[in-house]
Design a protein around this ligand. Structure first.
Ligand code: SF4
Ligand code: SF4
Length: 460
């Protein structure tokens, strides 16, 4: 389905299959918190039918579309095959053209779109905050409630800010990291803009895990954002520009006479599921824009989540236990992984290979944690409640650590686990980090065997 810059109203074939059965309601994150039919998939589809019939203006019900997290849990739940993901992708660009949001919300969104997809700009802004993140000053500011004086959105951003390390301010990867032992595959890696700043260890772990399993990794040095941040908010033209730049960054280094050599890549990998979902849509995102359409199709076809790729390839590197006693990890399925890409088995298959590690699943595995791109900044109250509910569900499994393969979810869960009501503050890791520790045999230190015990990653 093409997505031109000027989008017509949602097409009838997307709304017609809804039979208003309500099977989607219990998995809908916004409905669970707000409890109103108008903030459910069924209610929103009802609105769209009324808009189509000329009985309602979209502007009058815009708030009920802004309350949607775009998690796509309703797509998985729907027995009638309603493609709500395609539907909301058509609605969001229209909302962006309507004067429905407050001046503050418009300013905040524009600031986020001007910053988040640009690691260089974000690094410049974050440099003064490096001493603040994780410091006593931050602890005091949070405890005293000082941050709340700046409003819920700024307070939410402050609470999401993780400690920043020197690695957050540089990418530092070689263009080509060779495979260890016989080469089994050659891949490209998309670093992700938020991930490379706020959780830079994940990309380092991914490169080590791939190399240890016989995979050569090509990382274009001047790669920007994949466009996930803007894509999820219906900023079509901005997303297309970012997508073109990323495709060009790979084309500059791979090919005849190019610095990374002319051998083709077996896949383009990414370790953040929100990015992976958008990258797999490049054939649609660039569909209207030849000659980029020609480049977008093969690029999108080659994109794989790191875990999806490794599970298909099979692990060849020997794995060791993570601690001197058995561990239990609970897997959090990011929505853009589970509902957006249909990946559920791969992370479990990889983690199950680690000796003495058992896996748990929470009761509400398919429900969003409240991160949802910039949702936890622009809708902080709903997001915060979802985060606490999710963390309580994860902690109730009795696991000692939590695993999440999306940077947005990771930051949201770490914040959620701080809530007193959750009870057990589980540390959150990317699956690649656990595989990396297991391959290198560095283990996890400061660990006691009880549920929710503090865990620190060893070896770095
Ligand atoms: S979207 Fe699907 S599950 Fe939800 S009410 Fe419509 S038909 Fe039922
Ligand atoms: S995308 Fe998520 S929040 Fe939006 S209607 Fe569907 S289930 Fe509800």
């Amino acid at each position: 389905m093409a997505r031109p810059a000027q989008v017509p109203p949602p097409t009838q074939d997307l709304t017609d299959p809804c039979v208003h059965c309500g099977f989607c309601l219990t998995t809908c994150a916004s409905y669970r918190i707000l409890g109103t039919e108008t903030d459910s998939p069924r209610g929103r589809i009802h609105f769209l039918k009324a808009v189509k019939a000329g009985e309602l203006n979209l502007a009058d019900v815009a708030d009920h579309f802004d309350s949607c997290l775009g998690c796509y849990a309703c797509v998985t739940a729907c027995p009638s095959g309603v493609r709500y993901d395609q539907l909301i992708a058509q609605v969001r660009p229209q909302l962006n053209t309507l004067p429905v949001r407050s001046p503050w919300q418009r300013l905040l969104r524009q600031a986020l779109f001007a910053l988040l997809p640009y690691p260089g700009r974000l690094r410049w802004l974050l440099a003064p905050l490096r001493c603040y993140g994780g410091s006593w000053l931050q602890t005091m500011a949070r405890r005293s409630g000082l941050t709340r004086l700046f409003g819920p959105e700024i307070s939410a951003m402050e609470r999401l800010l993780p400690p920043l390390s020197a690695a957050s301010f540089q990418d530092g990867f070689p263009l080509v990291t060779p495979a260890q032992g016989p080469r089994r595959a050659r891949v490209g890696l998309v670093l992700g803009c938020v991930q490379r700043l706020f959780e830079s260890e994940v990309n380092s772990a991914v490169v080590r895990v791939l190399a240890a399993n016989g995979v050569e990794v090509v990382i274009p040095p001047r790669q920007g954002c994949c466009g996930a941040v803007t894509d999820h908010q219906g900023e079509t033209a901005h997303t297309q520009a970012l997508a073109k730049d990323l495709v060009a960054a790979f084309a500059k280094v791979v090919g005849p006479g190019k610095p990374a050599g002319d051998e083709p890549l077996d896949a383009v990998l990414v370790a953040a599921s929100g990015c992976g979902h958008t990258l797999k849509q490049y054939n649609h995102i660039l569909d209207t824009d030849t000659p980029w359409a020609e480049a977008g199709r093969p690029f999108a076809g080659g994109v794989k989540d790191v875990q999806e790729f490794l599970a298909e390839l099979g692990l060849s590197a020997p794995l060791q236990p993570l601690a001197s006693h058995p561990l239990k990890a609970v897997v959090h399925d990011p929505c853009h992984m589970l509902h957006g890409q249909g990946i559920a088995a791969a992370p479990r298959q990889l983690l199950a290979a680690i000796p003495d590690l058992t896996l748990a699943s929470p009761l509400d595995a398919g429900v969003c944690c409240g991160s949802a791109g910039i949702y936890n900044i622009v809708q902080p109250e709903i997001a915060s409640q979802l985060g606490e509910e999710k963390c309580a569900d994860l902690a109730a499994t009795g696991a000692q650590l939590c695993v999440s393969a999306n940077i947005g979810c990771t930051l949201q869960l770490r914040q959620g686990f701080e809530a007193e009501a959750v009870g057990a503050p589980l540390p959150v890791f990317h699956p690649a980090q656990l595989l990396d520790y297991s391959i290198r045999g560095v283990g996890l230190i400061q660990l006691s065997p009880g549920p929710g015990s503090p865990v620190a990653a060893g070896g770095g």
